[in-house]
Design a protein around this ligand. Structure first.
Ligand SMILES: *Cc1c(COP(=O)(O)O)cnc(C)c1O
Length: 402
């Protein structure tokens, strides 16, 4: 019976109407208390530096707005996103904290962004002039973070471009068109054992910073540290750190446990089970054929929801306390799970991944099965998936911990 119908029937019988528990077909359950705990841990690790919570790509799939609010309530002082559209969506939701966006179209189009007091990145004289022109046209002062390339070879001004970039920035600052609020770069090799690479990047960043100060720039924040760097490299913290993955509870250093708490559990309900004989082909192309009589369960999660097709033939899910294999190709909307002789029935919950403490697979295991990294798994959780939030616990209880 539908929820609506049930409510009407109860109302007509004069019974008290109690909300029925929602039982979505598939959901990503996000534990905001885990985000809160991870944020406080990162804040402690950051020492005197501020904490920019990176909530790009819909908060690595967790929901940018909910994660942003939780992080800000637990010690984050800045938010970082990739695109200016992501930044505008946070402002539209009423998030008032300082936000930095590092990607926008090459011809600018930044009027709304600057009007919303969003900090933007610049790594060329052209970008600075575009930003300054937009700001002046609208009677604003743009807030800019200059990006230096210390080795990603992606964004950021090179060593040879940097002198012109900082001089142009200083000139435009004197004219009142913009303010250089920050200097930043991104680490290409934060993971051990490439300490030489990291140390080189940090030394170079220090030099970029010196030459910016030498032309009279006085940035409030200087930042380069991603999750791994915040936890592992005190010398990378400067005045602000910029972790993403660790906020969501994924250990960023392979093989090292910092005690982060994974925030997301993806699950779905079995739609149907069938008992099949040995020799039954499963899913497209019959790449899997059952080798015994068994029970197959149909589960409404597919690659459009973020179950990576590349994990076909390797991945397992968790049902009734057991790990059971996904068989045949993962399809766009569904998987088939071989539950053997477990008495699994329609409606039961199947977990794709979670924190792992009950034995369920983790995002890290999924990354291994799909030959990728956990950020790819988390940010790939599709827009169709319903997100459900466990609220952070009351701040009063936590005040002592902060
Ligand atoms: C994604 C991103 C981060 C966060 O990196 P993690 O490794 O997830 O901590 C920080 N800075 C920039 C520029 C990024 O693109």
């Amino acid at each position: 019976m539908s929820h609506h119908l049930e409510t009407l029937v109860r109302a007509s019988r004069n019974e008290p109407i109690v909300p029925l528990p929602a039982a979505p077909m598939a959901q990503a359950l996000v534990d905001l208390e885990a985000v809160a705990v991870n944020t406080r841990m990162l804040r402690r690790a950051a020492g005197d530096a501020g904490l920019m919570a990176v909530v790009k790509a819909n908060g690595y799939g967790h929901g940018a707005i909910e994660v942003a609010r939780t992080a800000l309530a637990n010690g984050a002082t800045w938010l970082g996103v990739a695109t200016t559209d992501e930044a505008l969506a946070l402002r539209a939701a009423g998030v008032d904290a300082p936000i930095l966006a590092w990607l926008y179209p090459p011809d600018g189009g930044l009027a709304d962004t600057l009007a919303a007091r969003i900090n933007v990145t610049a790594s060329s004289v052209h970008a600075l002039e575009t930003i300054a022109a937009t700001a002046q046209r609208h009677g604003r002062v743009a807030h800019v973070h200059l990006e230096a390339d210390t080795g990603m070879s992606r964004g950021g001004a090179s060593v040879s471009e940097w002198p012109q970039v900082v001089s142009a920035a200083r000139e435009l600052e004197k004219r009142g068109a913009l303010r250089v609020v920050g200097l930043w770069s991104h680490l290409a090799v934060a993971e051990a054992p490439d300490d030489d690479g990291v140390n080189q990047q940090l030394r170079d960043f220090g030099e970029f910073r010196q030459s910016a100060l030498a032309v009279g720039l006085a940035p409030e924040v200087v930042h380069i540290a991603n999750s791994t760097a915040v936890l592992r490299l005190p010398e990378s913290r400067f005045t602000l750190v910029r972790p993403g993955l660790a906020l969501y509870g994924i250990e960023p250093m392979p093989g090292v446990v910092y005690g982060l708490r994974p925030a997301m559990t993806v699950s779905a309900r079995v739609l149907r089970t069938t008992r099949v004989p040995a020799g039954t082909g499963v899913s497209y192309g019959w790449h899997h054929v059952t080798d015994r009589e068994t029970t197959l369960a149909q589960v409404p999660l597919g690659f459009a929801d973020g179950v990576p097709r590349a994990a076909s033939g390797r991945a397992v899910v968790w049902v009734r306390g057991h790990r059971v294999p996904i068989v045949g190709w993962i399809t766009m909307d569904q998987i088939v799970v071989d539950v053997g002789d477990l008495p699994v029935r329609a409606g039961e919950s199947v977990t794709m991944f979670g924190p792992g403490d009950r034995g369920e697979p983790t995002a890290l295991e999924w990354a291994e099965w799909a030959d990728t990294i956990p950020s790819d798994i988390l940010s790939g959780i599709g827009s169709r998936m319903r997100r459900t939030y466990l609220p952070p616990e009351r701040p009063a209880r936590l005040a002592g911990e902060i």
